[in-house]
Write a protein that binds this ligand. Structure first.
Ligand SMILES: CC(C)(COP(=O)(O)OP(=O)(O)OC[C@H]1O[C@@H](n2cnc3c(N)ncnc32)[C@H](O)[C@@H]1OP(=O)(O)O)[C@@H](O)C(=O)NCCC(=O)NCCS
Length: 148
């Protein structure tokens, strides 16, 4: 049984642990900073009580940005990442946002494929942005809001 819950700062250990076991993007201090950012919500993807994925989602005016998106290695390629992304897209629609944005390394072929499946398009590039020298692709998805 899969579900999504809002993660609070008291669960920072869960975020930090999943991060250490996957992409090692942020230190505990950086996670703490994310919890304090205006408009930021952290969502956990749960299998029973186990957090198998995390997303950091920040709303700024009429746009949202995905600052972190990961699924535990053991649970990949089973549709769980898609479940979480579909949830975020619906959230954007409900909030009447215009765009969903993110950044991904050009060398991350898996993530590129994943995002293309949800109609994210490359709208910019930051050259040599990552430590390994790879470029960051700036991607956006237009949100189809109903005209009220
Ligand atoms: C990217 C990621 C979140 C995908 O999660 P997931 O649960 O495996 O994704 P899904 O099972 O829902 O897959 C959806 C689609 O993504 C693509 N995809 C997923 N894994 C893939 C792989 N290993 N190779 C190629 N395409 C892949 C496919 O198009 C797939 O659709 P299909 O099953 O119909 O072929 C996961 O691989 C991950 O956590 N990667 C490490 C973190 C990361 O790179 N995050 C993004 C950084 S910005």
């Amino acid at each position: 049984m899969i579900s999504i819950k809002h993660i609070n700062e008291k669960d920072i250990e869960l975020c930090s642990e999943l991060d250490s076991n996957t992409i090692s993007l942020w230190s505990k201090q950086q996670w703490a900073n994310e919890f304090k950012k205006d408009g930021t919500k952290i969502f956990g993807l749960l299998m029973k009580n186990l957090v198998i994925g995390i997303c950091v989602f920040q709303v700024v005016l009429d746009e949202a940005q995905i600052n972190y998106f990961v699924v535990n290695k053991k649970f990949r390629e089973k549709g769980y990442g898609s479940y979480l992304m579909s949830y975020l897209i619906k959230k954007c629609e409900k909030l009447n946002l215009r765009k969903l944005l993110l950044e991904v390394s050009q060398s991350n072929v898996t993530a590129e494929r994943f995002y293309s499946r949800f109609d994210f398009y490359t709208v910019g590039i930051r050259k040599n942005y990552y430590k390994d020298g790879s470029h960051a692709l700036l991607k956006e998805k237009k949100i189809n809001n109903k005209i009220m």
